[in-house]
Design a protein around this ligand. Sequence first.
Ligand SMILES: Nc1ncnc2c1ncn2[C@@H]1O[C@H](COP(=O)(O)OP(=O)(O)OP(=O)(O)O)[C@@H](O)[C@H]1O
Length: 749
Amino acid sequence: MSTPSDDLRLADIESEQEYVSMLYGRLDDLRELSSKRLAGSLRETGGTHQMRSERDTSVAMYSDQLAQYSAVENGLCFGRLDFHTDDRFYIGRIGLFDEDKEYEPLLMDWRAPAARPFYLATAAAPDGVRRRRHLRTKQRRVVGFDDEVLDINSVDPSRHTEGLTGEATLLAAVNASRTGQMGDIVATIQAEQDRIIRTELNGVVVVQGGPGTGKTAVALHRAAYLLYTHRRQLAKRGVLVVGPNSTFLRYIGQVLPSLGETGVLLSTVGELFPGLTAVGREPAATAALKGRVEMADVVAHAIKDRQEAPALVEVPFEQDVLRLDRRAITAARGRARRTRKPHNEARRAFAREIISTLASQAVGRLGRHLLDQADIDDIRRELREDAEVRAAIDRLWPTLTPQKLLEDLYSSPKRLAKATPRLSADERALLVRPRGAAWTPADVPLLDEAAELLGEDDTEAKARAERQRRQAIDYAQGVLDILDLEDDADPDILMATDLVDAYRLAERHGAERYETAAERAAADRTWTFGHVIVDEAQELSPMAWRTLMRRCPSKSMTVVGDIAQTGDIAGASSWHEVLSPYVMDRWKLTELTVNYRTPSEIMAVAADVLASVDPELVPPTSVRDSGVEPWSARVPAVAEALPALVTAEVSAIGDGKLAVIVPVERVAALRSVVPGASDDLDAQVVVLGVADAKGLEFDSVLVVDPAGILAESPRGASDLYVALTRATQRLGVVHEDDLPAVLSRLKSG
Ligand SMILES: Nc1ncnc2c1ncn2[C@@H]1O[C@H](COP(=O)(O)OP(=O)(O)OP(=O)(O)O)[C@@H](O)[C@H]1O
């Protein structure tokens, strides 16, 4: 039997449905309009350069609009605010307006200043809000809502935190099964998170917080907020989001599109050198050494060593042999270095000096009194064009690419010894590598450093671009010729060539058209971004920070991480240490304190491990209990016991996700014994090392061989802390040896 309050609720759902359906109708209208306009712009051809460029802008704009309208389809409207003044706003993923009523807002974009009370208003500080309503929708259907009446009498003075916003909806969200893809939190952003998301654009903001406090979520919503609030500034230069590995980037990849933002470049540091994929692996000690800041000097040394000054170089020229002694070479080198230009650009000054020296020798031998200025100019020109002379200059001051410089360095113990006077022999040995070996992520900051010091030698790139442009024009000309031939019969028909010439056709079909700032940025090493967000920032080495800082000269950055979770031995142990070389103390620390992922039962176990990293560190407070105690199981052989343990966990989590987190060296062996296991996050069961599990979360986690994880690295305790805090519901620890003392709280299951 339905009660009067059930009836009221149903009536409310019905009226909300009416409103939400009206909003979807409006969205459909907008979609249709943009689609028509896009089709119109694509049909247009010809015109002046300016007309073409305006048309391209329209095409890009309408395509973006269409992508945005599709992206916000799910959960378009998720909230409502009722004010004491009887005003009422609906809050959603984008703003929608009523064109017939002077653009009155129908739906408020969550990022608009007027939407802020939805995240900040509390019973103690209601900001004029009487009621906050969270709407739950499935596709276009309203399925329920939760109301909070912001009444001062409902304030609980015993609560120390400022309280949760939309608690029922929040708990439903954090309890939901995980999908292998991070979701957005736009409907349930909490006050401490909202303040960080809306921090001003300029300067460096550090977001420090324990596991599960929403750092990644906050960082991504901040990107969306900044793009909305500073669209003009940021759309041009773009926003870069840096993550620790490609698994993580795939995991977070859908969040910004679901917020209607597609123009953000997601990248690892290892992917920041265009044209090169750094997939090589190397020992952790080698990567850590390459990450040290002294490597910047090593690169500089390596370049100087290539500016050689041997005792004597003989240059055959015509019937004679010209000589360059060390004094002449050093003088030319000094001249070139004094230009303070990068190596490849300073080469021109070096070559000019060398040609001058050789020219005076050649002229002296021929007898200066016999030659006039024109003869001397001829000799200079011949010297410049002479293959032997060029070869001599190449040897003394070679044009270098970053790749060639590093490859030559790693593969030559002699070169390495000269470039690394401050490294020990053991350290130097870590850098030795044969030619042709794959580039590793730790090489990328060194290549970037080298590229800065070498300067772009873009002669080859320019020649290639020109060749491609010519080919495109030839191709376009061919197309036009064919069209003309076909239409030849009827002179009244407008020829394709009347509308567009080959050059323009080629230009319109060129690869650069309609590219977003993010796409252009991805292809250009020297691109600088309007804002850079660094996630899991504690993992970055000092050399990686140099690369990132170069990409953001304005130092408008959001740095997100947890010093207690640092696993990389090149990683950070304090934010001050990381940032002060670039911005001194001009950075702002913000903190997140509530854990939305890990239930309190699991967090209690993780807290013991955290205390072993540093007793001063405070674990975040879990937002909920799960009612399930974490357990440990001692088994004679993990490989044999694991399949059954995995099957039991899978049946406990229904269609949720399970991760088996193991020491890196056991990943391959254990992945092969777990049925259906993979490293693909879409699979139900994944087997991962800790480094690859960073930033991810699963309904259930089995941590295997905790002693192995602790022993695997000097930062083993941080790694174990990361592994334990990946679970949203259930945790089991499986071990063969004694359970490490830090885990003694676990009950054996
Ligand atoms: N306000 C919120 N509403 C709903 N869910 C939230 C909220 N804040 C965080 N979460 C959820 O909590 C989980 C953890 O968030 P997130 O991955 O951003 O944490 P993190 O601080 O980056 O963690 P870690 O340091 O362990 O990588 C995610 O599932 C996220 O969606």
